[in-house]
Design a protein around this ligand. Structure first.
Ligand code: SF4
Length: 280
């Protein structure tokens, strides 16, 4: 991947991003866990256009600051003897090599943990991709002889504000939230892995895969209820309201494919996105 520097970020910062980019390495494997659970269209277009993809340094700030935590984590390996941090597992499956790195494995509790830097909006929630990622890691670890008794997500809320705790009952009391993740039966996980490999390999061999609404982070259409003449919505609905109270009005907001618009590094090479854009 090449970088542009639209905002003329200083070398002291761009050097960190370059180092972060070099550091990501799926080792000698065909797929990483992250790739396996991602959209085959995104993964395939990235592979095909890896020399042409151009990103801006400014778009990498969040990813780089999030991953800096992982460097500190590796140091915990040396201080807490029953921790194994950032260990990458490799396994052959159906003729390909799958690899995945676990943030932390606690040898005492036999729990695999993963750290996620996310918004307060994720309070009390678990994304499907987190559940899939951790279960595949549990499968990989178990194939290498590690017993896994549980899975945990450690959410670090990057936008958490202490001042909000008193104001709202539902606001997280602490900036770190620990969530248990359901541990799947290993046979079910293996079946899931095989399905994903088949899907990716078909696309690699030329079969078309269209990103789903989930892949594109589609928000869905919504209807904002606003006070007449006001700017801010008092409520957002995902079905069109039949009527609204006196003094209020409805504003239709067309759904957005957020990933395609702002986050997909291959959007410029993607017909699905380019065609949709031309219809809109
Ligand atoms: S631009 Fe959108 S549709 Fe195209 S690969 Fe990326 S996420 Fe999928």
């Amino acid at each position: 991947m090449k970088f542009e520097n639209k905002f003329n970020l200083p070398e002291e910062f761009t050097a960190i991003i370059d180092a972060h980019t070099r550091r990501y390495d799926k080792g000698k494997s065909d797929y990483s866990v992250t790739q396996l659970i991602d959209s085959p269209r995104v993964v395939h277009l990235r592979e095909k256009n890896k020399k042409k993809i151009v990103a801006d340094y400014s778009d990498m700030i969040a990813a780089t600051t999030g991953s800096s935590f992982h460097h500190i984590l590796e140091e915990s390996n040396e201080t807490v003897k029953h921790f194994i941090a950032e260990k990458r597992f490799f396994q052959p499956v159906m003729g390909i090599i799958l690899s995945g790195a676990a943030d932390i494995y606690n040898k005492k509790t036999k729990i695999i943990g993963d750290y996620k830097t996310c918004s307060v909006w994720q309070h009390g929630k678990l994304k499907d991709e987190w559940i899939q990622q951790l279960n595949i890691l549990a499968w990989l670890a178990s194939r290498e002889g590690y017993k896994v008794k549980g899975l945990k997500i450690f959410k670090i809320f990057k936008d958490w504000k202490k001042s909000m705790v008193e104001r709202s009952e539902s606001y997280p009391k602490c900036q770190l939230e620990v969530s248990d993740v359901e541990l799947w039966d290993l046979k079910d996980t293996e079946e899931f892995i095989k399905q994903r490999i088949n899907l990716h390999e078909d696309v690699r061999k030329g079969k078309e895969y269209m990103c789903t609404e989930e892949d594109t982070w589609y928000s869905g259409d919504s209807w904002a209820i606003k006070k007449k003449g006001g700017k801010k919505a008092v409520r957002i609905l995902h079905v069109e309201p039949k009527e609204v109270e006196e003094g209020y009005e409805v504003e239709f907001r067309k759904g957005v494919h957020k990933r395609c618009e702002d986050y997909c590094s291959v959007s410029q090479f993607c017909d699905q996105y380019q065609n949709r854009k031309s219809w809109d």
